[in-house]
Write a protein that binds this ligand. Sequence first.
Ligand code: B12
Length: 210
Amino acid sequence: MELNQLYESILAGKLEPAVEVTREAIDAGVAPQTIINDYMIKAMGEIGQRFQDGKAFVPQLLMSARAMKGALELLKPLLQGEASVTIGKVVIGTVKGDLHDIGKNLVAAMFEGCGFEVVNIGIDVSAEKFVEAVKEHNADILCISALLTTTMGEMEIVIDALKQAGIREQVKVMVGGAPVNQTFATQIGADGYSDNANSAVAVAKELMGV
Ligand code: B12
């Protein structure tokens, strides 16, 4: 088993080999975090860079995303950690106009694995839908994801909608995604920010006081 093949397979958008190497890595006892952070995310970073440099195009991005998702499916059950008691309820979604969901789903899987109950409301979610979901599920934390500079402004609209609905004080809001940073998060009045799925859980726990 050569883990670099996982990196190469995701980069080349090859689903079957990506899944196969991941299965072998799991059987060999490689930590899921290592598989995700050192190979999968790196491959997505590289394809993104190539896209930016005009050396890769949308179909390639889609193929890579599909390969990563397929491999991630195998790891999901392993991310379900020891915790059996629910720490809190999280509603998570990607903002309106934005179809990126790999990072969001990774954050969702990590939360689940660390003892949170997660309601994943998908992509292209309007502010109204976010508000509805927070109400319906009585969420402790709302996680909002955006991957585009053109859609990150939607996060503030969601926070405003929570205020309008009179429920801003009942829920902690966490934001994230490649173009988001701490300054932006503070500026729009979010309670928490993280640039990766691992520390997102730590931030959430802190917000919950656990
Ligand atoms: C895969 C991908 C796609 C796929 C998405 C497939 C899918 N199902 O998600 C497809 C092909 C559909 C796509 C489409 C587009 N994309 Co695109 N895409 C990417 C790419 C290569 C990787 C994103 C990814 O999955 N990364 C891996 C995950 C694990 O990382 P992540 O998403 O950042 O998430 C982590 C953290 O950010 C954080 N996080 C994420 N969300 C949240 C939420 C919370 C609450 C917290 C706490 C943390 C957190 O934790 C995650 C895990 O560690 C990026 C490049 C890049 N390097 O980011 C471009 C990129 C985001 N795309 C880009 C563009 C331009 C587009 C398109 C407009 C292209 C086009 N011309 O059609 C469209 C837009 C479609 C739309 N309306 O959304 C640009 C955005 C540029 C910008 N400044 O806005 C990027 C940066 C590429 C580039 N360098 O130019 N894309």
